[in-house]
Design a protein around this ligand. Structure first.
Ligand code: IYR
Length: 233
């Protein structure tokens, strides 16, 4: 395929530069893909964190990695707030536990609680105070123009979902653990963390080392046959 020459006069377009692409053999691709798959297959979500500190530069790297995600119109509609302040983590935990208490005691439909029962989740959020870092992903539902009016952002949920996945992969690849926690509702996070009105809290990600006695449910992942359909002719 040949590349269409870019027309002059399209002043809004970014300049285009050659793609940096390092070709590799099929054999190398298979080796690399297999290694990455095995790395990711070993990832587990745990609710049991050690208080062992994690230096800030590792959290910065995970956020930089998340920030490589593709996004609608390249608007990069995410803000990661990384909290190590024990007092603030304590206030976040207390507020989350208020909401979660209501969730587990009447707000959630029975069918939802039945779906969660095998995983042993509950309203006690020790991970919010045990983990040395709690990272909150805020989705920028829209932006602002220079005159302060609202500017639409596109596919912000998809974009932030992809960024969250890359963050989780980066944390795992550096030998740390994280948990995707979704206090419901979580609007209290915007107030506690003093974020602007266009930022909607989306995910709470405690990050750290697992506790020495960390446990995980004995569950398996769906097979390739269960999650994929190929149509080759
Ligand atoms: N938000 C609650 C409940 C919860 C919901 C689902 I779906 C989970 O997979 C796990 C928990 C909580 O964070 O405990």
């Amino acid at each position: 395929m040949t590349v269409r020459p870019t027309s002059d006069g399209d002043e809004n377009r970014h300049p285009f530069v050659p793609l940096q692409f390092a070709p590799r053999s099929l054999e190398q691709s298979r080796t690399d893909a297999d290694a990455f798959y095995h790395t990711m297959q070993a990832r587990r979500t745990t609710r049991h964190f050690s208080s062992r500190p994690v230096p800030r530069d590792l959290i910065e790297l995970a956020i930089r990695t998340a920030g490589t995600a593709p996004s609608g119109a390249h608007q990069q509609p995410w803000t990661f707030v990384a909290i190590a302040d024990a007092d603030l983590k304590g206030r976040m935990r207390a507020a989350a536990e208020v909401e979660e208490h209501a969730f587990y005691n009447g707000r959630a439909p029975d069918e939802w609680l039945e779906a969660l029962a095998p995983l042993g989740t509950d309203e006690v959020k020790t991970h919010m105070t045990d983990a040395p870092w709690v990272v909150v992903l805020f989705r920028q539902a829209y932006g602002f123009r220079a005159d302060g009016s609202k500017r639409p952002y596109y596919y912000t949920e998809e974009s932030c979902g992809i960024a969250a996945g890359l963050f989780i992969a980066a944390i795992h690849a550096m030998g740390l653990v994280t948990l995707t926690h979704t206090p419901s509702p979580m609007a209290f996070l915007r107030e506690l963390l003093q974020r602007p009105v266009n930022e909607k809290p989306m995910l709470v990600l405690p990050v750290g080392y697992p506790a020495a006695d960390a446990r995980v449910p004995d569950i398996s992942r769906k097979s390739l046959e269960e999650i994929a359909v190929f149509r080759e002719r």
